[in-house]
Design a protein around this ligand. Sequence first.
Ligand code: PFF
Length: 382
Amino acid sequence: MANEKNEWGSNISFLLAMIGSAVGLGNIWRFPYVLYSNGGGAFYIPYITAVLILGIPFLILEYGVGYNFKSSFPKAIRSISKKWEYLGWFLPVAIFMILVYYISILGWDGFYVILSAFKGWGADPNNYFTNTFLQSTESVSGIATIVPIIAISILAGWFILWFISHRNLEDGIGRVSKALVPLLFIIMIGIVIFSLTLSGAGIGLSQLFNPDWSLLGDFNIWMAAFGQIIFSLSLGMCIAFTYASYAQDDSDLVSNVLYVALANCGFENFAAIGVFSILGYMSLQSGVAVPDLVTQGTGLVFIVYPEVFNVLGGIANIIGPLFFFTVYLAGITSVLALLEPVSVSIQNKFGWTRNKTVTVLCIVGGACSMIYATAMGSYILG
Ligand code: PFF
């Protein structure tokens, strides 16, 4: 039964929404590179340490506090001390700024779902992405030029976010998470299995996992492991706090945390296997060594992957759209979680309805994100 208040209809909605919030762009385009460039197999020692001593305990803490306060983060701070309420607003404001750029990248990806069906980037994906699609310039005059296709792609993302979020919690985020999160995992598993069948996959994987034990004494790889866990589990951003504040009274928070950590870390390791199998294949086809192909972020998704699809033959017309669609699913379930703490903070503060709050936030956010639809957008985003 849908609930009029902000409350999950079942524990499974809560759990899948949390997994959806954690699994995002960071798992697909950030983790594989972090693993590779920080000691490969040896990275698992700091990584597992970070999950055990930071990820899981911090999530339990954040869940516990949110579950007990059953309110927005600023309201919780206010209930402790009125004069510190303003501190509680820093997080929702910061998250809103993250949301505005995160959804812009998602907009690019949405366009690539369609483009990849006919490899619309042509023979030179780098040139297409930078010059034809983004029309990227570092000159300040670029700020006055809106690139219509990017504006439309970004606004489509805001529309989808609004469409899901303005409904009651269970009718919107709850139902969508139950449908999309399993779908995301199923498609990802399919893509990874396909990648493993490619010739050269082993080359990529041996590069990825080849352990460099000498790095274990390097402070930076420990920092990289803790940084990855903070980013990918979205720790300390009052997302887990907010989602747990909607939990039903009998929710088993600790088990939920363990499932979320397992699903999130499982997903990113799985993604790394897929990414490096594909890079191994590319290396075999192009004669370029894997280390010269490896990159992260937009370079991986919008340049290297299209280059791979160009040499992959006809099957790329299916795998390509599936890949970009997977990134889109991972991103959408994360932007739902990024909007939520902001939305409930405003609902609590001003007594607005969920519908009104989400509508206003999506209009304001959509307008702000138009900065990333200008020719200078990717420069500013960078
Ligand atoms: N954890 C998600 C990801 O890894 O993409 C979403 C996310 C939330 C990323 C908040 C970054 C962030 F600051």
